[in-house]
Ligand binder design. Structure first.
Ligand code: UDP
Ligand code: MG
Length: 319
């Protein structure tokens, strides 16, 4: 099969028939073999009934799954990824903001230009300013932290993946924003971008508020940390801990030195607690040992993880 279109949806009943018809038209025009996988993320409206109707009308192409409750866009995508069997997997929002007309070119970029992942870029957006300005900042940070410098729009719902990519990454929590980073961490480094059309929401309303930016930054920090130190937490905590300890020792030396100097040079009598360095040394040494302990605990966790020796092996040459 050429293409799997994975569509996470949460209360998007009005959009679905139009979307399915549009995708079917694009696929027919280009002669692709395809499937559409609707993942209903616990909708409380008629979405799933609509999906089932679409399925009855076109059982060869429409597949899907529905969650018993609302888990979020990432779990929905992950479920779709597990079900997908196309050579290229395309994800798309259900709200008709992404255009199915982009599918042929995305497919071509993955198949012919050899991209592992192509992300859409909503250059001209039809969203309120309160969303577009923080988005710019957010993307600049994501570019820096992930080291994927050519992406302008991490959060775009329209993305195309080589099949191997979706089978090797796990999207959870709110990590759908960072699938390019997840792909890169899994060793799929050829990541491209395509400017795509974007349209205003026709039906329903957005499911994400401004908290997406707070959560987005936190998730980015998590990915950075786990990507860099996930298998060797001591290298992170141990470094910080050593630094704290080192500074603590200097502070102790200053306190001790001053006390001895005052004792033996006949200068006026002082208490060690008179010196600000006394408090600094306390804080730094306590923090330092805490960080070391965190490092050891981290190493124990890693040691017990069944994933500690899981690597992305691309090819093996057996004897
Ligand atoms: N979505 C979902 N589960 C959720 C929230 C959203 O599956 O808990 C889907 C939603 O139905 C849509 C896509 O994720 O298909 C993007 O959501 P939305 O359009 O609200 O995001 P925005 O366009 O405002 O970024
Ligand atoms: Mg939308």
């Amino acid at each position: 099969m050429d293409i799997s279109v994975v569509i996470p949806l949460y209360n998007e009943a009005e959009s679905l028939p139009e979307l399915a018809a549009w995708i079917a038209r694009v696929m027919a025009e280009n002669g692709f073999s395809y499937e559409i996988i609707f993942v209903d993320d616990g909708s409380t409206d008629k979405s799933w009934e609509v999906v089932k109707k679409l399925r009855d009308a076109d059982p060869d192409h429409v597949h899907g799954a529905s969650f018993r409750r609302n888990y979020g866009k990432s779990p929905a995508l992950n479920t779709g990824f597990r079900m997908a069997s196309g050579d290229v997997v395309i994800t798309m929002d259900a709200d008709l903001q992404d255009s199915p007309d982009e599918i042929p070119e995305l497919y071509r970029m993955v198949r012919e230009e050899g991209y592992d992942l192509v992300s859409g870029y909503k250059k001209k957006r039809y969203d309120p300013l309160s969303k577009t300005i923080p988005t710019k900042l957010f993307n600049a940070t994501a570019r820096r932290v992930s080291g994927i410098h050519n992406l302008h729009d991490f959060n775009c719902g329209l993305k195309a993946y080589r099949s191997a990519v979706v089978k090797h990454i796990e999207v959870y929590g709110d990590m759908h924003r960072y699938t390019p980073y997840l792909a890169k961490l899994a060793g799929f480094g050829k990541i491209g971008e395509k400017v795509v059309q974007h349209r205003a929401r026709k039906y329903g309303k957005t499911k994400f508020g401004l908290d997406r930016f707070v959560n987005g930054y936190l998730d980015l920090a998590t990915l950075w940390f786990t990507g860099k130190f996930g298998k060797k937490p001591m290298h992170f905590f141990g470094l910080l801990g050593s630094l704290m300890f080192f500074l603590g020792f200097i502070a102790v030396a200053i306190v001790g030195g001053m006390k001895l100097y005052h004792l033996y040079s006949g200068a006026p009598y002082i208490l060690v607690t008179d010196s600000p360095y006394f408090y600094l040394s306390l804080v730094l040494m306590i923090l330092g040992s805490q960080l070391f302990l965190a490092g050891f605990v981290g190493e124990l966790v890693v040691r017990n993880s069944p994933k500690r020796n899981e690597y992305e092996i691309e090819e093996t040459l057996e004897p």
